[in-house]
Design a protein around this ligand. Sequence first.
Ligand code: ADP
Ligand code: MG
Length: 266
Amino acid sequence: MPEAVDGYCLSAAGLTKRFGGFHALRDVDIAVREGSIHAVIGPNGAGKTTLFNLLSGVMAPDSGEIRFRDRPLGRLRPHGRAALGIARTFQNIRLFGHMTVLENVMLGEHWRIYPSLWRSFLKAAWHRPFGEAPEETEMRRRALETLEFVGLAEKRHAMATDLPYGEQRLLELGRALAMEPGLLLLDEPAAGMNIRETEDLDALICRVRDRGVTVVLVEHDMNLVMGISDWITVLNFGDKIAEGHPSEVQRDPAVIEAYLGEEETL
Ligand code: ADP
Ligand code: MG
C-alpha cells in the first residue's frame, strides 16, 4: 500500500452531516498523519461516531470530501474502503456470535481477500462436508497469528459472544487487523474494560502503530488518550473546537469548558 506523498494518511475537508435539521457534524476538517495515533474526543453526542461513519463509508456526508492516501473516496461503500485499507471497530460491538473467536478473525481476512464473497464464506463455515480447502488452512494459520497478537489465542475455540466485553473488543480489533489495514478506526475500544485491560490495550494500540498501521481513536478514557496520542481533534456539538498535541489540548479553555458537567474530566 503506497504512502501518501504529503505525509497524511487520511484527510477530510468540510465534512457536514445533518439528521433532519440537526447538525451532527458541521464543516469539520481533519488530517491524520501517516503512522500516527490520532484521537478524536468530545462529550457524548459531539459527532465522533458520525465522523467514523462518514470516514468508513457507512453514511454519506451532506457535503465535504474525504481522501485516503491522496485518493478521493467519493461514495465508495464500506467494503470498497476496506479493500483500499480502511478498517474499523464499532462502539456497539458487532461480532458474529454464532461463530468461534477464530472464525470471526478468519472472516476479517476473507473480507480483505474476497470483499464481495464474504457471505459465501459464512455459508461455508456452517456446511463443510468435504473438509478444508488449502487456502482455508492458510487463513486459519494467519488468523491464529492475529489472535496471538491481540492476546486471544487461547480463546480461539470459544463462541465470540461468550467472551467478556473487554475480550470481545480485542476480538473486534483482531478481526479488523486481519484485513491488513493501512488505517484503523477504533470507536471507544476501552469501553467495558477494567483498568488492567485498558493498560494492556494501551500497549496493544502502540504495537499496532509500530506495525505501520495509522490509528484513529475515539475514546473517553483520558489517561489512555493523553498517554498514547500524537495528535488530538476535539469535537463539541458537531463542531471542531480544538486540535493539537495532548499537552496543548488539555490546557485549552474551550476544551475544558466543553467537558464541564461531563463525568469524564481531562
Ligand atoms: P458521539 O459518538 O460523539 O457520542 P454521535 O456521532 O453518535 O456522537 O452523535 C452525534 C449526534 O447525532 C447525536 O445528537 C446523535 O443523537 C445524532 N445521531 C447520530 N446518528 C444518528 C442517526 N443515525 N440518526 C439520527 N441522529 C443521529
Ligand atoms: Mg459515539
